[in-house]
Design a protein around this ligand. Structure first.
Ligand code: HEC
Length: 140
């Protein structure tokens, strides 16, 4: 039994490490890969590639205390945000445009990327989790 396990590990190392990852990990990688592309297309213009934000205009996402409320972030991605908000003690007040063209899956992929990259998480934020929240957002 022990030998068999050792053999499996060795075989995995030899063949490729992807074949040994759990399905959950493969899914996480897939979500993140899509999330990066979406972020570059729809968000990085303002929030910048490393999520650092831009001066007093665009708040940072990296290290943002606003990430504590996931439901707010989910809704903000689809519906945008108007009016003053405070991020890490700094006040911002500029409209963020809505992105109604993003599918529920795309919102989930963006969420996964953001929280894995900047929110200290190491798991998928699944489309099944995001969909009921999107249905309850206050639409501006
Ligand atoms: C045109 C510029 C612009 C684009 C594009 C944009 N945002 Fe924003 N975003 C803003 C502004 C401005 C605010 C602050 C809104 C306010 O002052 O009410 C904000 C706020 C946020 C916040 C909450 C505060 C924080 O920084 O944690 C998050 C999270 C966020 N945006 C994520 C995204 C994501 C994800 C995308 C891409 C889908 C995106 N934004 C696209 C300008 C933008």
């Amino acid at each position: 039994m022990k030998r068999l396990w050792g053999f499996t590990v060795l075989a995995c190392l030899l063949v490729s490490n992807i074949s040994c990852q759990s399905e959950e990990e493969i899914k996480r990688q897939r979500y993140i890969t899509e999330g990066i592309l979406l972020y570059k297309n729809y968000c990085a213009n303002c929030h910048q590639n490393k999520g650092e934000g831009l001066a007093a205009l665009y708040p940072p996402i990296a290290g943002s205390d606003y990430l504590a409320n996931k439901n707010d972030v989910i809704c903000l991605i689809r519906y945008g945000q108007q009016g003053p908000i405070v991020v890490n003690g700094k006040r911002y007040n500029r409209p963020m445009p809505a992105q109604p063209q993003l599918s529920n899956l795309e919102v989930a992929e963006l969420m996964t990327y953001i929280y894995n990259q900047w929110g200290g998480e190491k798991k998928v934020i699944d489309v099944k989790q995001v969909t009921p929240i999107l249905e309850q957002c206050k639409k501006p």
